[in-house]
Design a protein around this ligand. Structure first.
Ligand SMILES: Nc1ncnc2c1ncn2[C@@H]1O[C@H](COP(=O)(O)OP(=O)(O)O)[C@@H](O)[C@H]1O
Ligand SMILES: Cc1cn([C@H]2C[C@H](O)[C@@H](COP(=O)(O)O)O2)c(=O)[nH]c1=O
Length: 217
């Protein structure tokens, strides 16, 4: 049975890498897929992984009917055996409904990859719809780690290493950003709740407040 599968995890846990691997293994066996993405860091119409691999993709712009795109391709004589969607959190809920229709009406597997929650721990609308509609939700096996060593479960947005909690839901960016740039850091829930990033934890341990006080001072 064809399925709508949602592979989810924090930023930097290997989602795009897995998307590329699934596509590679299928194309190695002669299958042809459509790869959609939205706002990849590498630019429009790209699916990129931090391991350095990148492939061309169809940019699923706002308002694009992804079901109609596939029907159109097939009706022009193109072959489509499966569908991959990266950065699926950025798709509109209606586009996720269209992906479910691709599975049910066209009989194609759809593999969607994305983060579930934003820097404020709120679901992205596209991810919420995927959780509501997916046949299966898969957590990635390679877990990203918080600076404390615990499994990272949440995405923090940072400026100069400090966690920020105000701003637009969508700001395309990466982990390990330069000073002054908006960046991201994955954290365990405990440290996300306390807004304790690697930088602020490091500064805390160096702070005079926590240095041992001499007995005679
Ligand atoms: N130099 C490296 N050597 C080995 N693995 C790496 C290297 N750089 C990145 N990675 C792996 O790539 C993962 C990020 O992959 P990516 O597909 O870009 O993540 P996502 O799409 O989930 O944000 C990291 O968690 C790490 O496991
Ligand atoms: C938490 C969060 C992330 N984003 C952006 C930042 C990146 O461009 C993507 C996630 O990409 P990845 O391949 O999973 O690393 O999402 C955002 O716009 N808003 C957020 O709150």
């Amino acid at each position: 049975m064809p399925e709508l599968v949602f592979f989810s995890g924090t930023m930097d846990c290997g989602k795009s890498t897995l998307a590329l691997q699934i596509g590679h293994n299928r194309s190695a066996r002669g299958l042809q897929g459509v790869i959609f993405t939205r706002d990849d860091r590498a630019g429009q119409g790209k699916l990129s992984s931090r391991l350095g691999l990148v492939t061309d993709a169809v940019e699923a712009d706002e308002g694009m009917d992804v079901y109609a795109h596939i029907v159109d391709r097939v009706s022009r004589g193109g072959r489509v055996d499966y569908v991959i969607v990266d950065e699926a959190q950025f798709l509109a809920p209606v586009q996720i409904d269209q992906l479910a229709r691709v599975v049910d009406d066209l009989g194609l597997d759809v593999f969607a990859f994305g983060i579930t929650t934003d820097f404020r721990t709120k679901l992205f609308p596209g991810s919420q719809r995927l959780i509501e509609l997916a046949d299966r939700i898969e957590a990635l096996q390679v877990e990203a780690l918080c600076w404390c060593g615990a499994r990272a479960t949440h995405n923090a947005r940072t400026v100069d290493g400090e966690m920020v909690v105000e701003g637009a839901q969508v700001v395309v960016g990466d982990v390990n950003r330069q000073a002054g740039e908006v960046g991201y850091e994955v954290l365990c829930r405990r440290h996300h709740r306390r807004r304790l990033t690697a930088e602020t934890a490091r500064a805390g341990t160096l702070s005079p407040d926590v240095l041992p006080v001499a007995a005679d001072s």
